[in-house]
Design a protein around this ligand. Sequence first.
Ligand SMILES: [Zn+2]
Length: 219
Amino acid sequence: MTLSDRVKSDIGFLGDALMPGPYQCYLCDEEDLIGEDGLCDKCRAKLKYLPNPTYLAPLDGITVGLQYSDEISAAVMRFKKLGQTEYAGFFTQFLSVPKEWNADILVPVPMHPLKKWIRRFNHTELLASYLSHATGIPYSSVLLRKNRFTFEQKKLYDPAERRKNIRGSFTADPSVKGLRIVLIDDVFTTGATVYECAKTLKRAGAEKVYLSAVTSPTH
Ligand SMILES: [Zn+2]
């Protein structure tokens, strides 16, 4: 049985193009001399790539792209809060999935359906779709669902509060059994959310759960 027979993977690419534009720098709106990465020379020179952070069970590995900065933070806000979906292509270039993970499927960190309805899209789903398009690894936004509305994690400063807030708020589809899954997220902070996602997937029988995130402020 092939993977697509076994799991509900999404069909089709959610984006219009891999990198729409770029007519302006994605980080500073500079209009001249923009490279294929969507950046001006000044912003490109300022980017700091991060070593892969240490991780704890139940995660089996993490990759992060960029060091968080004011510019990256502003770009993330434009993407997920202001609905500038062209940032999906821009941010996807900083996501990576190591070959040795032998990933079966990409799974975006889910958003509660009500929040998705309000925002009109889930930004991590867009990232997963773009990364799937770039890597050929399928993605699914139905294998893991958020079934409880929670406070925004970034508004909770105490790590124990963050863990409590998110506990038990996800449900995994039984078809994740035996799969090597890569969770896709934008910002990796304390990890409370992705650890809860990984726990839920492992309990449902996932073989491995990794995380690929665009940026991290804490490592
Ligand atoms: Zn720039």
